[in-house]
Design a protein around this ligand. Structure first.
Ligand SMILES: [Zn+2]
Length: 272
């Protein structure tokens, strides 16, 4: 771990044009950092998300918050506060329906009218811009991707299957490697803007996360100028199941900052 951190520090100094070993380098402007961590949180964990705002701010980091269910007053208030703090907000479906199943059952047009449009209309009425959608349970099809593209979405978020190397008891699963060694999880950061679909790894005890492995993913992004998409749900000191421990988020954001990796919301992904 120490060795990797040293590599990050050298990379940052070199990017800044500083001599190696220079004393603590200032934080690079966000658009000049190497690599990107595209971080997102799902569903309706409003209190957790708002409580985490100072932590994001301390590290100069932004995320995307994908909201499911009615865009009611609580959702609008939360989405506005997140947006005002520089974060991105996106949609996650009115009924959290699996897109593949819903489209197969009632067709793409009716799925969009019933599942997406009510959320979109409410955001429009509240003046909240929306450019991205996260598939509930990462369930999608190519037809679904094209549906969102045709409706003008800049990005949809799917998921990577079979990337958690440990089973529920913590045993190593045969054939699965640490996430930071799985090439298909990473892509050149310069390609992020042109990709409609950004597929994620999910973090939480329920997903058998090894936080050290996730930190190694961030260091890899810095060293190779790659991007990596990471998702959880709530953020809480005692988080279990599908949620992210605050300590994990702190370590993720601190590592990204130390390595010069930009932590970006979906709306901040711009062509280079
Ligand atoms: Zn969800």
């Amino acid at each position: 771990m120490k060795e990797s951190l040293t590599i990050c520090a050298v990379g940052t100094a070199a990017a800044l044009g500083l001599a190696q070993g220079a004393p603590s380098a200032p934080l690079q402007p966000r658009d000049q950092r190497h690599g990107a961590l595209i971080l997102s949180f799902d569903d309706r964990n409003f209190a957790d998300w708002l409580a985490a705002l100072p932590l994001f701010e301390r590290h100069g980091a932004h995320a995307t918050f994908f909201v499911s269910g009615n865009i009611d007053d609580a959702a609008v208030r939360t989405m506005r506060r997140l947006s005002e703090a520089g974060h991105s907000v996106g949609l996650h479906g009115l009924a959290h329906a699996n897109a593949d199943e819903a489209i197969a059952a009632k067709g793409a047009a009716r799925y969009y009218t019933e599942e997406i449009e009510p959320q979109l209309e409410a955001c429009r009425a509240a003046g909240i811009p929306i450019t991205s959608f996260a598939y509930p349970n990462c369930r999608r099809t190519d037809e679904a991707d094209e549906l969102f593209r045709a409706h003008g979405f800049a990005h949809v978020r799917g998921g990577h299957k079979g990337v958690a190397p440990y089973d529920p008891t913590g045993e190593k699963q045969e054939g699965l490697k640490p996430v930071h060694t799985v090439d298909r999880v990473f892509f050149p950061a310069s390609e992020a803007a042109s990709r409609l679909r950004l597929d994620t790894v999910i973090v939480g005890e329920a997903y058998h996360t090894d936080i050290e492995d996730i930190l190694a993913c961030i260091r890899r992004c810095a060293e190779r100028d790659e991007a990596f998409v990471l998702t959880s749900h709530g953020i809480h000191p005692d988080a279990t199941r599908i949620h992210m421990k605050t300590e994990w988020l702190e370590r993720i954001l601190a590592t990204a900052e130390e390595c010069g990796v930009a932590v970006l919301g979906f709306d901040e992904i711009k062509p280079r």
